[in-house]
Design a protein around this ligand. Structure first.
Ligand SMILES: C[S@@+](CC[C@H](N)C(=O)[O-])C[C@H]1O[C@@H](n2cnc3c(N)ncnc32)[C@H](O)[C@@H]1O
Length: 251
């Protein structure tokens, strides 16, 4: 299919700053981000060890884990994305601030959002993230030798459907995520729905057009239970009509 622009498949070229600018500058945040924060804040329960996969250059998706999760291992393929996250943790001067997302999160938890609270949330995230590590979902060992047991919570926001347009690859990546989760563990997913591509600044990346119902069936086929989901229409103009969030327990 021709889109009139060049599709990039090499995620070493992913433009961290471009992606942040394209997707996360709105104040208040767009409906996709507000929906994600609200959904996972309502559905994340207490867990010891979270694995964040396809973490990107972003930390907004970790906000619902505050006060519920003891420790997060943050895994991401691209080195400049990992640097963005490490800069946030180190409170580096030019780190992306996430204040609008933090205010939305505080509102969700019914807290005031005056400055000391925002600083406190930033500190909480920084102390929750125990490690920022490389990953490659194309490998049989996606955490590339990182020593670990299986995780209590595997969290994947715009990951497996956002790095390939190939169904077999998508299914293979999902089964690797399942392997990383212990029985009784929770899987949190956010997905572009029916997308063929998305933007990071001037770059265009491929997507597998998963539908909410298909993902629900896939989770069931892997014996997941207590599946809950929600669909949201983006408030900004995007090359996809909706996103959905899904959470389930591994049987
Ligand atoms: C659409 S971004 C999602 C970022 C973030 N989770 C969010 O919510 O915005 C997809 C991410 O997958 C990463 N990625 C690309 N190829 C990968 C691979 N083979 N293994 C793991 N992650 C990969 C990209 O570098 C990018 O950060």
């Amino acid at each position: 299919m021709s889109y009139g622009f060049t599709m990039i498949h090499d995620f070493d070229l992913f433009d961290a700053k471009g992606y942040l600018k394209e997707n996360f500058l709105d104040d208040p945040p767009d409906s996709e981000d507000l929906g994600l924060i609200s959904f996972f804040d309502r559905h994340t329960d207490e867990r010891e060890l979270q694995l964040e996969v396809f973490g990107g250059p972003t930390i907004y998706q970790l906000l619902p884990s505050i006060g519920r999760v003891k420790k997060i291992v943050f895994a991401e393929f691209n080195a400049s994305n990992r640097k963005e996250v490490m800069d946030f943790i180190a409170s580096a001067k030019d780190a992306f601030g996430w204040e609008a997302h933090i205010r939305a999160f505080l509102k969700e938890r019914d807290h005031s959002s005056y400055e000391p609270d925002i600083t406190e949330v930033k500190r909480s995230i920084s102390s929750l993230v125990a490690d920022v590590i490389p990953m490659d979902i194309r490998k049989d060992d996606p955490l590339l030798g990182y020593p670990h047991k299986r995780f209590d919570l595997v969290s994947c926001h715009y990951g497996i459907e956002s790095v390939t347009d190939d169904k077999a690859a998508f299914l293979g990546y999902f089964s690797r995520l399942v392997r990383l989760l212990r029985p009784g563990g929770r899987m949190n997913l956010s997905m572009l729905e029916g997308a063929t591509h998305y933007f990071a600044g001037t770059q265009v990346f491929p997507a597998y057009p998963i539908k909410k119902e298909e993902m629900h069936e896939l989770l069931k086929s892997f014996r997941f239970k207590d599946i809950v989901s929600e669909r949201v229409i983006p408030s900004n103009r995007r090359p996809y009509g909706s996103v959905f969030y899904m959470t389930a327990i591994k049987g």
